[in-house]
Design a protein around this ligand. Structure first.
Ligand code: GCU
Length: 404
């Protein structure tokens, strides 16, 4: 037998075994059963086809997509982020202070949310609420650990009639390797294999649990956003929580809206992010170091969990680390899913000049996208301008023609 034929047969055999194993794994799906290891997974050099079921058949109808989405969710959690605890179901809010800000025409409230086993988990929450009766759309952001967003941004958010809800994701899970004695890890012990990004996404969900009990909040207009590692968490949170109408990761790159397979020099790769921040991910995600092509998913699959709800990414041309070519790639790949679901206008991206932050321009873009989505306002900008229009595409599949 020629070497090429042998390798081809070996490849096909490995692919068949892996698909069978993944199919078993995703149908059973208890968090404790580890999915097949990298040694059992076939290489997929291009971005994996999100429409291909684990058994090799392809999505044909919108109802099929729901089933495929469940498989993608299992793969994304099983390999990359780990599994979260179920919703705590017992979130309690304590208001610490409430002040009217007459210049801002808003009320600023400081709260503490407690939740989980024996209410052991708590997070600070700051709400800035426009004057008036509401109900208002709300922007949830977990980056209070880096300080509140700048006053000029808050002023714009309030002027546009949105509530800003800022919590501290590091209260939920400390952002360091040695984080087992606080937050969700202390409260739940070793029951779940969640890394920080998954724990933070869970935290977004608990803030939403509280917000939806408040009359001032329009439950149909919830936005999750965050910057960088906070953007990675916001993306996963929006992907998992179907109450979120619009998901807006900013500068999120590797493990966020970027791409693992398309990561040119000077951008953050899978190897780099896992080596520096192993505690952000499922503990076995490091098996893909040097084997990125064997990862059964890529970040377009994480994005696809959001569809057909809205997804908008904001980034900067100068933020090379966050990988513009890869973010463009995952945008184009995920757009196939949105188009298939008849929601092509619900995915967008925006690049500005400058570097790695979530600045006033990013918030202006977010608000423009949200105003169009929620209030049919005509935006002053386009949401489909590619950052590297001449870059080659790294996937050959396209969306199936939707059948009824
Ligand atoms: C590091 C890390 C990035 C992350 C960023 C941040 O640069 O490599 O993945 O997004 O920190 O959170 O600011």
């Amino acid at each position: 037998m020629s070497t090429a034929l042998f390798l081809n047969l070996r490849h096909q055999l490995l692919a068949a075994i892996a698909l069978a194993l993944i199919t078993t794994m995703t149908h059973a799906a208890p968090a404790s059963v580890p999915p097949p290891g990298v040694d059992k997974l076939p290489p997929i050099p291009e971005l994996p086809d999100p429409f291909k079921f684990n058994d090799g058949s392809r999505v044909r109808t919108k109802a099929d997509w729901e089933k495929r989405r469940a498989e993608i969710k299992d793969l994304v959690l099983g390999y990359e982020y780990g599994h979260p605890a179920p919703p705590a179901g017992n979130v309690v809010a304590k208001e610490l202070s409430s002040k009217d800000d007459e210049t801002l025409h808003a009320t600023v409230k400081q709260l503490v949310l407690t939740m989980g086993p024996d209410h052991k988990i708590s997070t600070k929450l700051e709400l800035t609420i426009p004057a008036g009766k509401g109900p208002f759309p709300v922007i949830v952001k977990g980056d209070l650990c880096w300080g509140k967003v700048k006053p000029e941004i808050i002023a714009e958010v309030i002027k546009r009639g949105y509530v800003l809800a800022e919590f501290d994701r590091t209260d939920i899970a400390a952002d360091k390797a040695d984080n087992r004695t606080t937050g969700v890890y202390a409260a739940y012990g070793d029951q779940y294999d969640w890394g920080c990004l998954c724990a933070w996404a869970w935290g977004f969900g608990r803030v939403v649990d509280y917000l939806v009990t408040q009359d001032i909040i329009d439950q149909s207009k919830i936005i999750d956003t965050g910057h960088s590692r906070g953007g990675k968490a916001a993306l996963l949170a929006g992907g998992l929580d179907e109450r979120v109408a619009l998901t807006v990761p900013n500068g999120s790159g590797a493990g966020g809206a970027g791409c693992f397979r398309v990561a040119p020099p000077k951008t953050e790769t899978l190897e780099i992010v896992i080596t520096h921040f192993p505690f952000w991910f499922q503990p076995n995600f490091n098996q893909f170091i040097g084997h990125v092509d064997q990862l059964p998913i890529d970040q377009h699959d994480v994005r696809a969990l959001v569809a057909p709800r809205a997804l908008f990414t904001t980034d900067a041309h100068g933020d090379v680390w966050a990988n513009a070519p890869g973010t463009q790639e995952t945008y184009l790949a995920t757009k196939e899913v949105f188009d298939f679901l008849g929601a092509g206008d619900k995915i967008g991206l925006s690049y500005r000049q400058g570097g790695h932050e979530q600045d006033a321009e990013d918030f202006a873009a977010l608000l423009d996208f949200a105003d169009q989505l929620f209030f049919k306002k005509t935006p002053a900008r386009k949401f489909d301008v590619l950052p590297v229009p001449d870059a080659p595409k790294h996937f050959s599949w396209t969306a199936p023609k939707a059948e009824k």
